[in-house]
Design a protein around this ligand. Structure first.
Ligand code: FE
Length: 222
């Protein structure tokens, strides 16, 4: 049976035809190409030569880059640095930090509402500030990974993931500002508590969907 590889996310499909849509990232049929697993060279004669040439070329171009103007040097350093960030999984590392704190902030808010506790409310507020501050790093690392690992292809999965990431950022921003403007919103009996709680539910849902899609991308490709 033939094998087809999604050129966006790397998912391998087995069948006579590629699927209409990638079940992982949602890319359409045109993004699939026939996948032929690489055979290990049997006589070993043909492989090393082109590899040596490629390395030489890479060295030459790297050398040339450093000899060029200061501006080119900066862009070279940026490329090397961002390559390292993607290679060492900055996005999953950075995303797990606010994702661990976010549900705690939501639970503290709910408990603060139930028990009218200013202490739990303060804890929730500080946790949300932490989430807010970490989100720019998460979003930046995510965009880098999408561009470098997935060729910047906009499929339904990446689109949804980006909307959810942006939603987490803006909902957190709104909730932090809300507490600044109305510090007693969670602990008072005002009717604003309902939309305030609803925004927390949306925040949790957006983070969960983004996390679910990230997991799909990492674990469901084969
Ligand atoms: Fe795919």
């Amino acid at each position: 049976m033939k094998k087809w590889k999604c050129t966006v996310c790397g998912y391998i499909h087995e069948g006579d035809e590629p699927p209409d849509k990638c079940p992982v990232c949602g890319a359409d049929k045109s993004k699939f190409e026939e996948y032929v697993p690489e055979d290990k060279p049997e006589n070993g004669d043909t492989e090393p030569e082109p590899k040596a040439e490629t390395e030489k070329d890479a060295e030459k171009s790297a050398g040339l880059a450093w000899k060029n103007t200061g501006r080119q040097n900066v862009s070279h350093i940026y490329t090397v640095a961002t390559d390292l960030m993607v290679k060492n999984h900055l996005h999953p590392i950075s995303v797990h930090i606010p994702n661990g704190v976010l549900p705690v902030a939501v639970i503290f808010t709910v408990l603060a509402m139930v028990f009218h506790s200013v202490y739990l409310d303060k804890a929730a507020f500080y946790n949300l500030i932490f989430v807010l501050l970490s989100m720019p790093v998460v979003i930046y690392a995510g965009i880098l990974e999408w561009k470098k690992k997935f060729g910047g292809n906009m499929t339904p999965l990446f689109f949804t993931k980006m909307i959810c990431g942006a939603a987490v950022f803006f909902l957190t921003l709104v909730l932090v500002l809300w507490r600044v403007i109305d510090p007693d919103v969670a602990v008072s009996d005002s009717s604003a508590r309902i939309p305030f709680l609803f925004f927390h539910a949306l925040l949790l849902a957006a983070a969960a969907i983004a996390g679910h899609l990230g997991g799909k991308l990492v674990f469901d490709r084969e």
